[in-house]
Design a protein around this ligand. Structure first.
Ligand code: MG
Length: 170
C-alpha cells in the first residue's frame, strides 16, 4: 500500500501533468490561428505526451492500491506574444515540471518508498529530454530571428513529429 504523503504528491502530479497537456493544447490553438499548422501539430503531440504522463501516474497509483483524486485544473494562458514567447513559456514550464518531479522524488525517498523512486526515475530521464528538445527549438528560433523562410521550414519540420505512447512502449 502506498503511503499517504506519496499518494497525495502523486495526485498533485496528475493535476500538474493534466494542466501541462491543457496548456500545450492552448498553444496549439494559438499556432493554428496563426496558420502555423506544423507548430500546432508539434503542440498537439506535446498535449498527447502530457496526457500520457497523467495516465502513467494514474495507472501507477491504482497499481499501488491508492485512490486517484482529480482536482480542478487552473486556467491556462490563452494569448501569447509570438512564436518565441510560446517556446520561452514552454521551457519555463518544463523547468518547473522538473522541479515538481524532483520534489516528488524527495517525498518518495523520505518515505523509503523504493518502488515509487524506481517509477519516478522514468520521469527524471524524461524531463532531461523535454528540456533539451525545447532548448533546441528555442535556439533555432532565435537563430532565424523571425525570418519567413526559416519559420516556414521549421513549420514543416515540426509538423513531422510523431507521438509515441510511453504507456505502450515502456
Ligand atoms: Mg510531463
Amino acid at each position: 500500500m502506498i503511503k499517504k504523503e506519496v499518494l497525495d504528491a502523486m495526485n498533485e502530479q496528475i493535476n500538474a501533468e493534466t494542466y501541462s497537456a491543457y496548456m500545450y493544447l492552448s498553444m496549439a490553438a494559438y499556432f493554428e490561428n496563426m496558420g502555423l499548422s506544423g507548430f500546432a501539430h508539434w503542440m498537439k503531440v506535446q498535449y498527447q505526451e502530457e496526457s500520457a504522463h497523467s495516465i502513467k501516474f494514474f495507472n501507477y497509483v491504482a497499481s499501488r492500491g491508492g485512490k486517484v483524486l482529480l482536482k480542478a485544473i487552473e486556467q491556462v494562458p490563452v494569448d501569447f506574444d509570438g512564436i518565441v514567447d510560446v517556446y520561452e513559456k514552454t521551457l519555463a514550464h518544463e523547468n518547473h515540471v522538473t522541479s515538481l518531479i524532483n520534489n516528488l522524488m524527495n517525498v518518495a525517498i523520505a518515505a523509503s518508498d523504493h518502488a515509487s523512486q524506481n517509477f519516478l526515475m522514468w520521469f527524471v530521464d524524461e524531463q532531461v529530454e523535454e528540456e533539451a528538445n525545447v532548448e533546441k527549438i528555442l535556439s533555432t528560433l532565435k537563430l532565424i530571428n523571425g525570418q519567413g523562410n526559416g519559420i516556414f521550414m521549421m513549420d514543416r519540420e515540426l509538423g513531422q513529429r510523431v507521438f509515441v505512447d510511453p504507456n505502450t512502449v515502456a
